[in-house]
Design a binder for this molecule. Structure first.
Ligand code: NAD
Length: 262
């Protein structure tokens, strides 16, 4: 028995990294899970089955593409139809592209704004009516230190994450009397495939070696000189689902090794 028994969590972008850690931590507290994201079908099925086996909950997979509003609505409907409710929504799917503004491909801008920002709007919009009917809900979005500060060559990502900070505050105010909280978590650098994949482009944009990018660009931003872990982000997300977090709403919670206070 866990404090999320009988509840359902939809976690977008949970086939890897932070999302997968959130899905597993909610399952550990007893929630049924809808996982979502891209990847090889065999790998996704392994992760889904492992959640059911390790935590004795039910877990289903939705391939909804976060660039497609109709598929996002279907994702929420799938959770509600399968488990009877979507009580927790984690908007986590995200991509990155690093490029000087004058070379930034327009299609990358559109994809980052769609996945990292607009998908949260569509998912929240679809999940809120059910949460309101049941009088309880938790909405958590994975923002970023880049919701508070900027870095060169990340125009789309920084714009999208600043947008998440604003969306979070607005939705929190609208839902303040409904026992639904809406918060975002802003990690610094977390060692996941998203960070690993951006290293070659950053090497090219800054004309640096791989070790220089890791130490002089990524960790340079974090006074602790350590990467955040996916488990640390997931445990904050889990806390936000607890009754003790009922009065935390509209917050942008930093977990960045001191990056944004420096
Ligand atoms: P990741 O690459 O490990 O995970 C991203 C997830 O999003 C994957 O499951 C992927 O399949 C999914 N995804 C990508 N495009 C999708 C689409 N069109 N439809 C559905 N799913 C899609 O990366 P991560 O680091 O775990 O990132 C998760 C979130 O955390 C992102 O929003 C990212 O911006 C944010 N974040 C990451 C870091 C970091 O340093 N890793 C720091 C701050 C914020």
């Amino acid at each position: 028995m866990g404090f999320l028994n009988g509840k359902t969590a939809v976690v977008t972008g949970s086939t890897s990294g932070i999302g997968l850690a959130c899905a597993r931590s909610f399952a550990g507290a007893g929630a049924n899970i809808v996982i979502n994201g891209m990847g090889a079908p065999g790998d996704i099925e392994k992760e889904r089955a492992a959640i059911e086996r390790d935590f004795t909950v039910r877990a289903i997979y939705s391939p909804a593409d976060m660039t497609k509003p109709s598929e996002i609505a279907e994702l929420i409907a799938l959770g509600e139809e399968t488990f009877g409710s979507v009580d927790i929504l984690v908007n986590n799917a995200g991509i990155q592209h690093v490029s000087p503004i004058e070379d930034f491909p327009a299609e990358k801008w559109d994809a980052i704004i769609a996945i990292n920002l607009s998908a949260s709007f569509h998912a929240i919009r679809a999940a809120v009516p059910g949460m309101k009917t049941r009088g309880w809900g938790r909405i958590i979005t994975t923002a970023s230190a880049h919701s508070l500060v900027a870095s060169p060559f990340k125009s789309a990502y920084v714009a999208a994450k600043h947008g998440i900070a604003g969306l979070t505050k607005t939705v929190a105010l609208e839902l303040a009397r409904s026992k639904i909280t809406c918060n975002c978590i802003s990690p610094g650098y977390v060692w996941t495939p998203l960070v690993e994949k951006q290293i070659p482009n950053t090497m090219a944009a800054r004309r640096m070696r791989r070790d220089e990018v890791i130490n002089d660009v990524l960790l340079a931003a974090q006074p602790t000189k350590e990467f955040v872990t996916v488990e640390q982000v997931a445990s904050l997300a889990l806390f936000l689902c607890s009754d003790n977090a009922a009065q935390i709403t509209g917050a942008n919670l930093s977990m960045d090794g001191g990056w944004t206070v420096a």
